[in-house]
Ligand binder design. Structure first.
Ligand code: A2P
Length: 331
């Protein structure tokens, strides 16, 4: 098997450190490995596969050396500047920021859903928003079978989605300290505000879910709406998803379809208080789906409760799966 040179950009961050963990677990064939971050953490060391690696400062020259794949999670402005530099040197960037996701020249990929889209990349592949990824793994098999007409997302998102600073705001807030990252206390609170507000009254997080769903499912006209909420949970995003189908269905067919869907675990036994929980999903790579029930207010609708680890499947694991697809295509 051909081995690759792989770099992690933003390696000291919440997602960056998880990139290292998932790369180790999945044992990707890596020849040379590089960890990069800002000047602030240059010189620190990170352990990978039992070896110590010194964090390099990310600069215009970081990609002068041969690097096949770079996993980026260092914010939008870092990706905006450095992903094209990496791509110009022949490196394929898998970017976790929102910077390139809606660029028509950039594929947006969930490996269980649209792996075929890697074929038209020109050096940058985008990793979708964390809330979008877990929804896509769930929606794709249902769309194929019953045709999705309309989707309503309501999310309950963990603070780890806002990085180290978000995590600290909840930790400190529980001790009574004022927030630094969020505009209001997150401890004992729910904030219907993730990312910035746009002119249409939606937040950018809500619009990301709407735009990205259409792009990944290849359906520009799909009716989608969203309300995204930050909740005082450290890890794992929960989502209520209401779906209206084109075609009639039996509830048992929906359950069977989800049970057979790659990456999905059906966790649905309400009589025994069994349904997906953030604390159970944390540390796992699967998307957990439960509370599967008919929406009795419309002809062909259902309601679902969908939970996944936002740092793993919602970010690092999905990006590493994309890297695996790239490596497979290189063999
Ligand atoms: P650093 O630790 O040196 O600041 P998180 O979102 O969890 O806070 O992580 C952000 C990651 O992005 C960190 O690894 C951070 O590095 C990195 N980062 C932020 N700004 C830059 C930059 N201008 N160049 C390179 N890496 C950056």
């Amino acid at each position: 098997m051909k081995k690759v040179n792989l770099a992690v950009v933003g390696a000291t961050g919440m997602v960056g450190r998880t990139f290292l963990k998932v790369l180790e677990e999945r044992n990707l064939p890596i020849e040379n490995f590089y960890v990069m971050a800002s000047a602030r953490s240059a010189g620190q060391t990170l352990t990978f596969m039992g070896k110590e690696y010194v964090v390099e400062e990310l600069t215009e020259h970081s990609f002068d050396k041969p690097i096949d794949i770079a996993l980026f999670s260092a914010g939008g402005s870092t990706s905006e500047k450095f992903a094209p530099i990496a791509a110009a040197h022949g490196c394929i960037v898998v970017d976790n920021s929102a910077q390139w996701r809606m660029d028509p020249k950039v594929p947006l990929i969930v490996p269980e859903v649209n792996p075929e889209d890697i074929s038209w990349n020109s050096g940058i592949i985008a990793n979708p928003n964390c809330s979008t990824i877990q929804a896509m793994v769930t929606l794709k098999p249902l769309d194929d079978k019953f045709g999705i007409k309309r989707v309503v997302y309501s999310t309950y998102q963990a603070v780890s989605g806002a990085g180290v600073a978000g995590w600290k705001d909840l930790e400190d807030g529980l001790k009574g300290e004022a927030p630094k990252k969020f505009p209001h206390p997150i401890a004992n609170n729910c904030l219907p505000h993730i990312d910035v507000f746009l002119d249409n009254g939606y937040t950018k997080e809500e619009m990301k879910m709407i735009w990205e769903t259409r792009k990944i499912l290849h359906d520009d006209d799909m009716k989608v709406t969203a309300t995204t909420v930050r909740v005082p949970v450290f890890n794992s995003h929960s989502e209520s998803i209401n779906i209206e189908f084109e075609r009639p269905f039996e509830l048992s067919e929906v359950v069977e379809t989800l049970k057979n869907a790659p990456g999905v675990v059906v966790t649905d036994d309400p009589a025994n208080n069994v349904y997906p929980l953030a604390v159970d999903a944390a540390g796992k790579d699967e998307v957990f789906v439960g509370r599967i029930r008919r929406d009795e207010s419309v002809e062909n609708g259902i309601n679902l409760w969908v939970v996944a680890d936002n740092i793993r499947k919602g970010a690092a694991t999905n990006a590493v799966q994309i890297a695996q697809l790239l490596i497979d295509a290189m063999q």
